[in-house]
Ligand binder design. Structure first.
Ligand code: 5GP
Length: 186
């Protein structure tokens, strides 16, 4: 059972921002939309670890369509700050699937500066897929530094540090069912 008040995670306080119910409802809508858009296209969902694990699990279960799911791992955040570099921890070369002529959907927890996504999209593009789109749980448009426009966004949020629903602070807080925002950022 989660507290509805302030949570202390390591050295920072967080307060509720998006509830479990809001997440569930919106992610289901998004899954249905993607399923409609990709009917008969057999998309390959490339989910970015660690942060997207809950979003990806909920999204694919609300997609009533034939699809494949695989995982990549990148890291760009150190505690609550972007390092402005996307470190490739488990890259495309480790995938079993051939990306050529596939309809790819990159599944992200959050697009912030866009550093991770810019690097990944360029790499994916070199494999000549049929199409690439981004499905992200959260999007911070005001933090974006690259020319990236995610097609599927559950929620656009202001440029504040958030945790929960897979997102972490110092690897804590991923288990929270809703999104929490850093109190000091408000
Ligand atoms: P970008 O490369 O777009 O700057 O950042 C992408 C990654 O940074 C995300 O996949 C996520 O892991 C991390 N990140 C960006 N903003 C936040 C945030 O507000 N909270 C958390 N927990 N991680 C974030």
């Amino acid at each position: 059972m989660e507290s509805s008040t302030r949570l202390l995670i390591q050295d920072k306080y967080f307060v509720p921002y998006l509830s479990e119910q809001q997440m569930r409802q919106r992610v289901q809508e998004l899954g249905k939309q993607i399923a409609t858009d990709y009917a008969d296209k057999k998309p390959l969902l490339l989910c970015i670890l660690n942060g997207s694990f809950i979003f990806a699990a909920d999204l694919v279960r609300s997609m009533d369509t034939v699809c494949q799911v695989s995982f990549l791992k990148y890291s760009s955040y150190i505690k609550d700050k972007s390092s402005n570099q996307a470190k490739d921890l488990l890259g495309i070369q480790g995938l079993n699937e051939n990306l050529k002529d596939r309809h790819l959907i990159v599944v992200e927890d959050i697009v912030d500066t866009g550093t991770t996504m810019d690097k990944l999209l360029k790499e994916l593009d070199s494999h000549k897929p049929a199409s690439i789109e981004i499905a992200t749980c959260l999007f911070k448009p005001s933090a974006l530094k690259f020319n990236i426009s995610p097609k599927y966004v559950a929620f656009s949020i202001p440029n504040h540090f958030v945790i929960g629903y897979g997102l972490d602070y110092d690897n804590y807080g991923r288990h929270l069912s809703g999104i929490y925002i850093c109190d000091e950022d408000e």
